[in-house]
Design a protein around this ligand. Structure first.
Ligand code: COA
Length: 260
């Protein structure tokens, strides 16, 4: 599928989605959300793709939030639909079963911070700023920010960030666990690709089950989640990759995983 507001690039097992509306700091409008949904479904189905990187065009912004032009004319019913659509697309990202790395190259505000949080891991440029500034517009986060932020950084910090709306630096985001690492801005894409290459050599089915166990297990009681983990642990024992991984260790060589 061709996209107007995204760039989709494939390099071996790694795909990169670049949100491409630099004139509005890559703000997400309805079309971008829809294209993102299509891109994620396409990459989820593409067997050759094992890892996805999401970033923003230009060096100033990852995503500066939902498009405020659309928010300004929203009604109660369209607002509800808008929120559900954004939540659905980000849920697809969180649960696509392949690691999705957010390479945060600048502002990650509102829907941009929510997009980054839906990704599996986050690497930030040292110049990035992250926040949920919706309160300044008289609204609240609408793409599950009120739910993902406290799960990542704790309730008190999430309350502070969402109630004040004040953005934080990449360093502070790292300190509170909102991003996994901070790198010099010039190295961001190279670092994201390095991590992607490392993940791309892992067993895809095991990675899918890990993401699933962490995401779905987090919504269950501890005891149920442990049962769920044990079921996936049993299932992964049926894979060729499990045999290859254990055999390669015993033969003192690097495993070659095929995803079967
Ligand atoms: N929706 C629509 N347009 C946006 C946007 C958004 N979320 N964020 C930025 N833009 C547009 C600006 O209106 C401006 O357009 P213009 O050139 O036609 O005037 C352009 O992008 C550049 O932004 P500008 O504000 O001039 O850049 P800046 O460097 O002075 O400030 C920000 C950068 C990110 C601090 C500022 O743009 C901002 O606060 N954006 C809104 C962030 C927000 O509230 N997001 C949550 C939405 S729910």
């Amino acid at each position: 599928m061709a996209f107007d507001t995204l760039l989709l690039e494939r390099d071996g097992a790694v795909a990169t989605i670049t949100i491409n509306r630099p004139k509005v700091l890559n703000a997400l409008n309805a079309q971008t959300l829809d294209e993102l949904r299509h891109a994620i479904l396409e990459l989820e189905a593409a067997e050759a793709i094992r890892v996805v990187i999401v970033t923003g065009a230009g060096d100033k912004s990852f995503v500066a939030g939902a498009d405020i032009n659309e928010l300004a004319v929203q009604t109660p019913t369209s607002g509800r639909e808008h929120g559900l659509t954004g939540q659905h697309v980000f849920d697809l990202i969180e649960n696509m079963g392949k690691p999705v790395i957010a390479a945060i190259n600048g502002y990650a505000l509102g829907g941009g911070c929510e997009l980054a949080m839906a990704c599996t891991m986050r690497i930030a440029a040292d110049t990035a700023r992250l926040g949920q500034p919706e309160i300044a517009l008289g609204i609240i986060p609408g793409y599950a920010g009120t739910q993902r932020l406290p799960r990542l950084v704790g309730k008190g910090r999430a309350m502070e960030m969402i109630l004040t709306g004040a953005p934080i630096s990449a360093e502070e985001a790292h300190r509170i666990g909102l991003v996994n690492r901070v790198v010099p801005a010039a190295d961001l894409i190279a670092e994201a690709r390095k991590l992607a290459a490392q993940l791309a050599s892992n067993a895809p089915i095991a990675m899918r089950y890990i993401i699933n166990a962490i995401n779905k297990g987090g919504e269950m009681s501890f005891a149920d989640a442990c049962q769920y983990e044990a079921a996936l642990f049993g299932l992964v024992s049926s894979t060729e990759d499990m045999r290859e991984g254990t055999k390669a260790f015993l033969e003192k060589r690097k495993a070659a995983f095929t995803g079967r």
